[in-house]
Design a protein around this ligand. Structure first.
Ligand code: SF4
Ligand code: SF4
Length: 310
């Protein structure tokens, strides 16, 4: 999960073996020549916007297609539960002994979610479904611009911080016997705002986004969000992943620049890879930004043991 690997790194590639040298170009010329459109980002945004449009239309026109919100929903009558919401409910139920609230529909809803995201990648929820991710992804552009213009400085934290928040929010649920986190959760807040209309609570989202723009890029998603952290646990066995090919890599680090979780791409640094091929782990959101950004096509979506998707 934290990108550690005990094997010794392979020797660094000499300059004559770099992909740009083989094409007789400088690194800058090579990057420019191989710029690609944002294929995966377009697909991802279409899915995300489509899902939230379906939530909105189902509520507005009373259609039984996709009801509820991202905290708990019904797809064609079939229940789907948010796993961190469930973790809080379980913690409260364990303490109070009120297990009756965990109905069969609830259990089916959480099992469905666990099976689905174990197959496609736990944190693919973040980049393909979560409305806050989209908002933060767009705001990141302004943050990057301000950093480039030297108007602000980037501030980073230890990625393990989110586990402190995870435990903290569970303890808060236990001590208050309430889902306190749900009042702060930008995923649920935005999902409900899209479906039922905006409210004053959106000021909280504005505060979060402003903090991310002026102080620390993607702060909530990287260091706080217990929803993403829970999906990361679910994604440990996922066969869908991003595969790295060392021979095609020029170590330009463009992929890490666009990645929400750059520690998942630890192997792209010159002299870091321990094998010719590596795959991303459970923190990878399967967003595809690195796949689109890589000038050498050294990163591809694959299904472990089966075939390439692209
Ligand atoms: S490794 Fe690639 S696919 Fe995974 S989160 Fe980072 S940019 Fe997205
Ligand atoms: S894998 Fe990353 S570092 Fe290597 S060429 Fe592609 S973008 Fe550059």
């Amino acid at each position: 999960m934290f990108g550690k690997n005990k094997k010794q790194p392979l020797p660094s590639k000499p300059k004559e073996e770099m992909p740009y040298t083989k094409e007789g170009l400088t690194l800058k010329e090579w990057r420019k020549k191989h710029q690609k459109p944002h294929k995966w980002r377009t697909r991802r945004w279409a899915v995300l916007i489509g899902i939230h449009t379906l939530f909105f239309l189902s509520f507005t026109f009373d259609l039984s297609i996709l009801e509820g919100s991202l905290s708990g929903s019904r797809l064609l009558g079939f229940y789907l539960m948010d796993p961190f919401n469930t973790a809080q409910e379980l913690a409260i139920s364990f303490l109070t002994g009120h297990w009756k609230m965990l109905t069969m529909n609830y259990v089916i809803g959480i099992i469905t979610i666990i099976i689905f995201y174990s197959l496609v990648g736990g944190r693919s929820f973040c980049s393909w479904i979560c409305p806050y991710h989209l908002l933060a992804e767009l705001s990141e552009k302004l943050h990057n611009y301000l950093v480039k213009k030297k108007k602000i400085k980037e501030h980073t934290f230890d990625i393990s911080l989110r586990w402190v928040f995870w435990v903290g929010f569970i303890l808060l649920a236990i001590f208050t016997k309430n889902l306190v986190f749900e009042d702060l959760n930008p995923v649920g807040i935005l999902s409900r705002a899209i479906i039922y209309g905006p409210g004053l609570i959106l000021l909280w989202i504005l505060i979060l986004i402003t903090f991310e723009i002026v102080y620390s890029k993607r702060f909530w998603c990287r260091y706080v969000c217990p929803v993403g952290a829970t999906y990361s646990i679910i994604g440990h066995v996922t066969p869908v992943t991003v595969k790295f090919d060392l021979d095609k890599c020029a170590h330009c680090l463009d992929c890490q620049q666009v990645c929400l979780v750059p520690h998942e791409l630890w192997f792209v640094k010159r002299g870091a890879a321990t094998d010719k091929h590596h795959t991303t782990g459970s923190d990878c959101t399967r967003c595809g930004l690195c796949v689109d950004a890589c000038p050498g096509d050294a990163l591809k979506f694959t299904v472990k043991g089966i075939d390439k998707l692209t």
